[in-house]
Design a protein around this ligand. Sequence first.
Ligand SMILES: Cc1ncc(COP(=O)(O)O)c(C=O)c1O
Length: 376
Amino acid sequence: MSRNQVDSGELHIPVADLSRRTQKYREVIDEAIGRVLDRSNFVLGGEVESFEKSFAEYIGTQFCVGVANGTDAIELSLKALGVTSGDRVATVANAGYYASTAIFAIGAEPLYLDVEFKTRNVSANETQRAIRLGVKAIVVTHLYGMAVNEIQEISKLCAEAGVGLLEDCAQAQGAEVNSRKVGTFGDLASFSFYPTKNLGALGDGGAVTTSNEVLASRLKELRIYGWTSKYKVSRFGGRNSRLDEMQASILNVLLPSLDAENQRRREIAESFKSQITKTGLTLPTFDSNEYVGHLFVISSPKREAVREHLDSMGIDTALHYPIPDHKQPIDQSKNGEIELPVSERLCDEVFSIPCYPELNQIEIDRIISAINLVRG
Ligand SMILES: Cc1ncc(COP(=O)(O)O)c(C=O)c1O
């Protein structure tokens, strides 16, 4: 029984609730796991191959390479683009440090770009600054499920300058710009299938999509020790980073429902958008399919007061993300040198409210009325 049911008998709405999704798909999940157990081939087998084919088709690329998680997908993609120790890679600082982790793992150096307050995403203008400063590659994150609306322009700028472009689509599986899915604009695109993602596995999982055959075959080598054939190591920088059969089998049965799940998320987000009338809050702005409702993120200079009020009404919130990458305690050496006013403000002001397909109407109404009742 949840905290609030115990305390007051009232509804408690968690910010994520995977048990509801597991319950909904329990039968097909059991069947999928059963299939893998029957075959007992657990790494890089038919389920992974089949998922790679279906996911490439879904995104609209020629290739998909399954890897162990979304952070590895970034690291291996950057390596496939030729990024090595000492290179500079541009990325945003408000997206949870995942790209930074991958960049540092290579020994490369992040160049942080600021984001737009309205979209919470990077702009073409800001990526142009990175290109002028001589970065080797740019990681563009489609944050919170919102496609970077200038991705086409960014892709053109990178291509003209010979700068590698990696789209981080971990939070935006299925989002579109001009009827084209994100993950088709960059040289490569990384995905995470962490359980809470719109398409989530039952553990870690990730993938890279691309239509570049050379990059796809580099990735296939990089995910398995740099092998070009068994035990023959030809590519430097290889890792052991494979999507396993169990996770791939789950993704295979969930992928066909992704569009419907995204549509439901969007509908819930639309209800929030049209019915939350409380002033002083900045809600996300989105245009139909550009947004897949991964997170519904509000910003407020009075964040803590709003969160406390929601908590008192049994509604959980979360912070995505409270610390910008350049302010993380791990490295204070450049503290003060880097200024990203919009990212810093957003990290101080953003909070996420529950937004997932399994929310029922009573819960949705409850969230809306609780927010509209915030005082001050
Ligand atoms: C935007 C973004 N990029 C990368 C990742 C890293 O994915 P993973 O947790 O699978 O390593 C995540 C997720 O957790 C993410 O949200």
